[in-house]
Design a protein. Structure first.
Length: 173
């Protein structure tokens, strides 16, 4: 089964200022990535990488064509339970410490109090953020912020399968 499939996917953006015609951000993309394959988007600025990802996440709508995840149209909200998205720039509430932010997220997600501390400690260790746990997030480097962005204290554990990164999928899959 294809994990990602697009069929003649297109996205055109029109000019809001007038004077310019609609411009294609993505034209006629036909793509299939099978389950277990590793795939990356490479290309120059304006090639449609971010547009494709936003279309696959159903954050923007295509002008034409179709996009499917695990055989399900991206417009079906049920497929989004299997997805995660971490943008390049992660904005976090910088008045928290790393541990405090994870505690906040765990409380929002109703992670049981008796397992919350251990779960957060496990995530901080996995992400190599133990030494920075009590440091303000505003002092974190970009890489530290991105690692913290992967942390999701309410996510269930799942055994790694073919093509999954062993450490990350075991804790975040």
């Amino acid at each position: 089964m294809a994990a990602i499939q697009t069929e003649k996917l297109e996205k055109w953006f029109s000019s809001f200022m007038g004077g310019r015609e609609a411009a294609p951000a993505l034209k006629d993309l036909c793509l299939e990535v099978r389950e277990g394959e590793t795939f990356g988007f490479l290309g120059p600025n304006g090639a449609g990488k971010t547009t494709t990802i936003l279309l696959l996440l159903n954050l923007i709508r295509p002008t034409s064509g179709g996009a499917f995840l695990f055989g399900v149209p991206v417009t079906d909200s049920s497929v989004h339970r299997r997805l995660g998205y971490l943008p390049e720039s992660v904005n976090m509430q910088d008045y928290y410490t790393g541990q405090g932010l994870l505690e906040f997220y765990a409380a929002l997600l109703k992670v049981p109090g008796e397992s919350r501390g251990a779960r957060i400690a496990e995530l901080l260790k996995l992400l190599r953020l133990e030494d920075a746990a009590h440091k303000s997030v505003s002092k974190y480097s970009k890489g530290m912020l991105q690692r913290l962005g992967f942390a999701h204290p309410g996510r269930t554990h799942r055994q790694p399968g073919p093509g999954r990164a062993q450490g990350i999928s075991r804790h975040f899959g």
